[in-house]
Each structure stands twice: as C-alpha cells, then as structure tokens.
Ligand binder design. Structure first.
Ligand SMILES: Nc1ncnc2c1ncn2[C@@H]1O[C@H](COP(=O)(O)OP(=O)(O)OP(=O)(O)O)[C@@H](O)[C@H]1O
Length: 273
C-alpha cells in the first residue's frame, strides 16, 4: 500500500486545537476555517453526502493537536475507528458505554466549572492549562433512536444536550453527525445550541432547515438543491451569520491511516519520524 508518510507531516506542537480547522473551499475559492475550541458543530445530510469525510478532517486536526483530548463515539466503528489509537475513549455500538462515557464527561465539566470559579475565570482559554476535550458522535440517531431502551436513548440525548449547552466554556466541545436530519432526531432546542451547523445534501428543504435553522431554505439556502453527485458539498452556517456553500477537503483512507499513526506516535511522546 502506498503511504504518503514524509517529512511534511506536522511536528509535535505545530498544531493546536485553538487554531482554526481547515474545512474546505467556498464558492469564491476562499478557504473555510472554523474555530472549533469556541463552538459546537452539528453535521447533517443524507447517506453518502460527505459527513464522514468532514468528521475525519476535524478529527485529524484534533488528533494532531496535542492540546486536545479526543473522545470518539461511533456506533458503526468504521467511520472514526482509524483514530482509535489517538482517542482517550472510543465507544462502539454500546449505548451503555456511550452513557457511561458522557456521564464521566459531565462530571468533569462540573469539576472544570469549580476550577474556573476558584480562579475567577468565566471560561477556559488556552492559558488556563486544562486541555480541550473534543467529543465526536457519529451517528446521533443510532444512540438517540435506534439502539437500547427508550429510557437509555432519553438519557443519552439529555447528556448530549447538557454537554452541548454547558460544555463549551469548560473546554468540552461536541461535534455530532446525523444522516437523519429530522426534527425528532434534531429538535430545534438542540439544534440551536450548536454554534456551527453544516448541512450536506438533504432530501428536502425541511430537512435542510432542521440543520441550518428555520427559514433558510425559503431564503434560497438549502441543501436540498445540492446535486446528489456533488459529494462533499454543503452549506455551513456559523451562529449569527449566513450560510456559506463549500466543498469539503478530502482525505483518502490511506492518508487517514498515515495521519492517525503519526498522531498516535506524537501522543505517545514520539517525534513521529
Ligand atoms: N469532499 C469530498 N471530495 C471528494 N469526494 C468526496 C468528498 N466528500 C465525500 N466524498 C465521496 O463521497 C463518499 C461518501 O462520503 P461519506 O462517507 O463522507 O458520506 P456520509 O455522509 O458519511 O455517508 P453515511 O451517512 O452513509 O455514513 C466518500 O467515500 C467519497 O468517495
């Protein structure tokens, strides 16, 4: 298998979760970057539209950023599985494991608020010391509507909601993806907690609005108008802004394998050479 391992892989300390993450190129040819340490991100779109590719870009940046801890929740295991060696926790299809992991994060979030209060700060910054924790969930609907008992699904949704609502200032960021952009999976009250929302191709204007926000389809910003063959194309909106159409960057599986191995080595104290 050809590997692209070479000297251009990022060295330890050259990337930070506080730096913007490169997502792709917009219609005007401009680079699109997001500041993940400041906002949660919701990704939606129909199967095959490009969500996993987008998640891999985000996780690649986070994994190579040694000031970021990674918690990966992936019901299918294969979407994020290549990054398991970089993650502090990797949760597969078990809803019990997902709940246990999110509960532990909730406890940590409260401890972080105690710490912030004790030093008189309102939010975690890169100077506070504690590392940012990135929680990536793929697929939201698997845990909220498919696997487990209804009581567990509710508990899972409650934990996600709390982490998205309160985690940001404590340096706990959630990125969640779903191939079911419907209001039962992403109710407005949850959707609106995400500061970034990225809609890949959706089958209807209504499902596009479920991700981007109510009314955008009427204004002409709809992921239902994306050509099904245009994989990786989507609309991204940041809190308070207007949607921006972009084509995501792309990492092949071979590149992901190489980057993940490199990041794991850096995380284990190696120099990645
Ligand atoms: N930015 C891109 N550039 C080129 N090809 C892309 C891009 N994004 C996605 N693709 C192509 O589309 C395929 C499906 O993308 P991806 O696996 O990310 O979809 P998905 O939305 O996660 O699907 P599912 O919901 O079924 O998991 C990829 O294997 C790739 O071939």
């Amino acid at each position: 298998m050809h590997r692209f391992r070479n000297r251009r892989l990022p060295a330890a300390g050259s990337l930070s979760i506080w730096q913007k993450v490169f997502l792709g190129i917009d219609e005007n040819g401009r680079a699109v970057r997001v500041s993940l340490a400041e906002r949660n991100l919701l990704i939606g779109g129909e199967p095959g539209a490009g969500k996993s590719v987008a998640l891999n870009l985000l996780v690649a940046h986070a994994a190579l950023s040694l000031d970021c801890r990674l918690i990966l929740v992936d019901g299918k295991r294969v979407e994020l599985g290549l990054w398991a060696g970089c993650a502090e926790a990797f949760v597969g299809p078990s809803i019990t494991d997902a709940i246990t992991t999110l509960k532990a994060l909730q406890v940590e979030m409260d401890e972080r608020y105690d710490m912030l209060l004790s030093i008189g700060h309102r939010k975690l910054t890169r100077l506070t010391g504690a590392r940012v924790v990135l929680v990536v969930i793929d697929e939201l609907a698997y845990f909220s509507a498919t696997v487990g008992e209804s009581r567990q699904q509710k508990e899972f949704v409650g934990l996600v909601r709390d982490l998205v609502a309160r985690g940001r200032a404590a340096g706990i960021i959630v990125v969640a993806a779903t191939q079911r952009p419907s209001s039962d999976i992403v109710p407005t009250s949850l959707r609106d907690l995400f500061g970034y929302r990225w809609a890949f191709r959706c089958s209807t204007h209504a499902s596009s609005d479920v991700i981007l926000g109510h009314g955008w389809a009427n204004e002409g910003y709809t992921a239902a108008s994306i050509d099904p063959a245009a994989r990786g194309v989507g609309w991204l909106i940041a809190e308070g802004g207007i949607p921006r159409r972009l084509k995501s960057a792309f990492l092949t599986d071979v590149q992901v394998v190489d980057l993940a191995a490199h990041a794991a080595e850096l995380r284990n104290g190696g120099d990645g050479e």
